[in-house]
Design a binder for this molecule. Structure first.
Ligand SMILES: *Cc1c(COP(=O)(O)O)cnc(C)c1O
Length: 441
């Protein structure tokens, strides 16, 4: 299409250019996307093709502006294209994009992470959260000499084969308990427990404790909505793993450097044996990391016998984005500001949610927000939404989109606030939600 004819179509539908890109994408990329939830299958319609992000806003191929509540699913804690991050990345790129050799920036970021997170005396960098978890699990098995891994239904730990069991939104959305292409033998060493259930955990450890290498948990599970746990439940997991010589792994890929400088471990006052990071520590670049005590980490090659590697691990450009982001959070009292912003959102949304013609509640942990369509109290385990509830979300999603609000395109996904979100943004969000709910009534 020429620009002129595209403009003509644009007048008819506000998403014409995104639709045209989506058509092209579907020919050469399965489902037209590089990660499934982006395809809008859970809400219907055309995924937006984003051309630019600035602060709290994104702009699509048709030139529409939106308040971005997705934040690239967590990394963009400073907002889009923050000048300090752009400057750091630009300077790093000019010095070369990768060396395949050690560089100062990875030492500096490792120093920053270990200083903030006492349980991680050492860290190693990888290029995604998936890799971080995969490597942490291998290391936990090597260190303990045991095979079994325990995870929780509704927790997502990336897409490694042995963890792709009852694993959160992407799979909940598609109604599949697991994925094709994962041999049963690969998940034979994985045990799945329900969240919020001490008795089930006690029972599993009583039965299989001596074979359990590690228990992995998202301390604030944020991949099946936001399932805030009772602190006693997490304390029980700490005690059980300790008693049975298993390692407790906190998957802090979302919570780390978001809920507090010391992540969920700091908020909860629980010290895990290992932790995995991603999202925020990469400042919008592909970065993951895993850490533990020096004793555990020394089992990694080249010091130890556990192999782990990566061509682009500790990449200087990615490290510089992470450093600039953590600097900014420190310098601007980022964590206090984000928590205050979350509280402000809760205050503004409370009277609006009360006008909803169906059950709708805000679940919040710091700057993580989830609009939950569950009736009753905030859910603590991975309870599926009914078809009626997901249909309500789809309608709400599109009503909000039409009002310039970009929500995550799934009822099981939360919103991420950033330092770029202003109180005025939150007021606009609340007003749009009020109108959208009125339209639904
Ligand atoms: C996003 C996420 C991952 C996977 O990270 P990727 O960078 O997408 O591979 C792992 N664990 C948690 C808790 C996550 O939210």
């Amino acid at each position: 299409m020429t620009n002129a004819s595209m403009a003509a179509v644009s007048a008819a539908t506000p998403y014409a250019r995104s639709a045209s890109w989506f058509e092209r994408a579907q020919r050469v990329i399965p489902g037209g996307v590089s990660s499934p939830v982006r395809a809008f299958r859970a809400v219907g319609g055309t995924p937006l093709f984003i051309t630019r992000g600035a602060g709290s806003q994104v702009f699509d191929a048709d030139g529409n502006a939106y308040l971005d509540m997705v934040g690239s699913w967590g990394p963009l804690i400073a907002g889009h294209a923050h000048p300090a991050v752009v400057e750091a990345v630009t300077q790093a790129v000019a010095r070369g994009t990768t060396y395949g050799a050690p560089c100062a920036a990875e030492v500096e970021l490792a120093e920053r992470v270990t200083a903030a997170y006492p349980a991680a005396e050492q860290v190693r960098f990888v290029s995604s959260g998936t890799e971080a978890v995969m490597s942490a699990i291998r290391l936990a098995r090597a260190y303990t000499g045991r095979d079994l891994i325990v995870k929780f239904a509704g927790c997502y730990h990336g897409h490694a084969d042995h963890l792709l069991v009852a694993a959160g939104s992407g799979l909940a959305t598609f109604g599949r308990p697991s994925s094709a292409g994962v041999p049963e033998a690969f998940t034979a060493c994985t045990r799945v427990l329900p969240l919020d259930d001490e008795a089930a955990a006690e029972e599993l450890f009583a039965r299989e404790g001596p074979r359990i290498a590690a228990l992995i948990v998202e301390p604030f599970p944020a991949n099946h909505g936001l399932l805030v746990q009772r602190p006693e439940f997490l304390t029980t997991l700490r005690r059980l793993t300790q008693e049975h010589g298993a390692l407790l792994i906190f998957d802090e890929v979302i919570c780390g450097f978001r809920l507090a400088r010391g992540g969920a471990a700091e908020v909860l006052g629980i010290r895990p044996d290992m932790a995995t990071f991603g999202k925020v520590i990469g400042g919008g670049m592909p970065v993951g990391a895993f850490g533990a005590s020096r004793r555990i980490m020394s089992r990694l090659a080249p010091e130890g016998d556990t192999y782990q590697a990566g061509t682009l691990s500790g990449n200087p450009v990615a490290m510089s984005a992470g450093l600039a982001t953590l600097d900014l959070l420190e310098r601007e009292s980022g964590w206090a500001r984000l928590t205050a912003l979350g509280a402000e959102a809760e205050r503004l949304l409370a009277p609006v949610l009360a006008t909803a013609p169906y059950p709708l509640q805000l679940v919040r942990a710091g700057s993580l927000l989830w609009l939950s369509l569950h009736g009753g109290g905030a859910p603590r385990d991975a309870t599926p939404l009914s078809p009626q509830e997901t249909a309500r979300f789809a309608a709400l999603f599109h009503a909000m989109l039409a009002r310039g609000m970009y929500l995550p395109p799934s009822a099981y996904e939360g919103c991420f606030l950033s330092l770029a979100h202003s109180p005025a943004d939150l007021q606009r969000f609340a007003a749009a939600l009020r109108e959208s709910l009125r339209a639904a009534a």
